[in-house]
Design a protein around this ligand. Structure first.
Ligand code: NDP
Ligand code: 8X3
Length: 257
């Protein structure tokens, strides 16, 4: 029997934009209640209002920087009563910074990527999973990347962070095998979100050119994949799902018109 999402509580990091935002809408459409988090609280509040009006589910918006371990601990351990049981955690918050050769790259960007994509994911997981373990049920869905399977030039650190997400997912699955907690990773290729704008420090033209001549994935495509993972019957787990635009064969080869 498929896992029912109605009435479940889903914690999504990085829900102010892109994949995280689409995932919030997709879970709400299934009747799940949400904890949506990111640094830009005003965006979360607007999303929360819209979701509540549209789907009638409960939404708790939290301003949270996943790189701040103490803040994450305080937030996750002190959720309001009706949101205190997290059934599903979607570790989505992440970013790329720059696309430069390693010997020319800005080390500040390395810190941001490592602190967010690896340590941020670890921080939230560390404080959300103990209650799942105590209850004997839960599901952690990480958003990895094709960059966690292949490494491309200019992406040494971003690719390293997503290879880390893959390794963390695999180890966690072993750690949680006897605890009733499932662990999945959804690993997309090119998705048109704010990702490239952030990667190129606000250069919208450069960001747009990443998708020139091809139809990229959308946040909704990835949200669909996340919902598929979350709705498998309790005895089944999607370990890993790689999802690409039809015209992207791998991290290197695209077909552009
Ligand atoms: P967006 O830039 O559209 O969204 C990124 C989200 O992460 C935002 O909501 C942002 O919110 C949040 N975020 C960034 N840093 C932090 C932080 N320190 N603390 C909390 N939240 C943070 O990009 P995407 O939706 O594309 O990215 C989502 C995930 O998908 C990332 O992990 C990315 O690596 C991955 N991915 C993206 C692909 C793509 O092609 N777009 C392909 C494969 C994977 P705020 O700034 O408000 O904090
Ligand atoms: C982000 C997309 O194509 O740079 O994971 O790997 S890509």
């Amino acid at each position: 029997m498929k896992t029912e999402l109605k009435g479940k509580t889903v914690f999504i990091t990085g829900a102010s934009s892109g994949i995280g935002k689409s995932t919030a809408y997709a879970f709400a459409a299934e009747g799940a209640n949400l904890i949506i988090s990111a640094r830009r609280i005003e965006r979360l509040e607007a999303i929360s209002k819209n979701i509540t009006e549209k789907f009638g589910v409960k939404v708790h918006s939290v301003q949270l920087d996943v790189t701040k371990r103490e803040e994450v601990k305080k937030t996750v351990e002190n959720l309001p009563g009706e949101f205190s049981i997290i059934d599903i955690l979607v570790n989505n918050a992440g970013l790329g910074r720059g696309l430069n050769k390693i010997y020319e790259d800005d080390p500040e960007g390395w810190d941001e990527m490592i602190d967010t994509n690896i340590k941020g994911l670890l921080n939230v997981t560390r404080f959300a999973v103990p209650k799942m373990v105590a209850r004997g049920s839960g599901h952690v869905i990480n958003i990895g990347s094709i960059a966690g399977h292949e490494a491309y030039g200019g992406g040494a650190v971003y690719c390293a962070t997503k290879h880390s997400v893959k390794a963390i997912t695999e180890s966690m699955r072993i750690d949680l095998i006897d605890k009733g907690v499932r662990v999945s990773t959804v690993d997309p290729g090119m998705v048109e979100t704010e990702f490239s704008i952030v990667r190129f420090y606000g250069d919208e033209e450069k960001a747009k050119s990443v998708y020139n001549g091809l139809e990229p994935l959308t946040g909704e495509d990835i949200a669909d994949a996340v919902i598929f993972c979350a709705t498998r019957p309790a005895h089944a787990n999607i370990n890993e799902m790689i999802i690409m635009p039809s015209v992207q064969a791998n991290a290197f080869v695209t077909y552009r018109k």
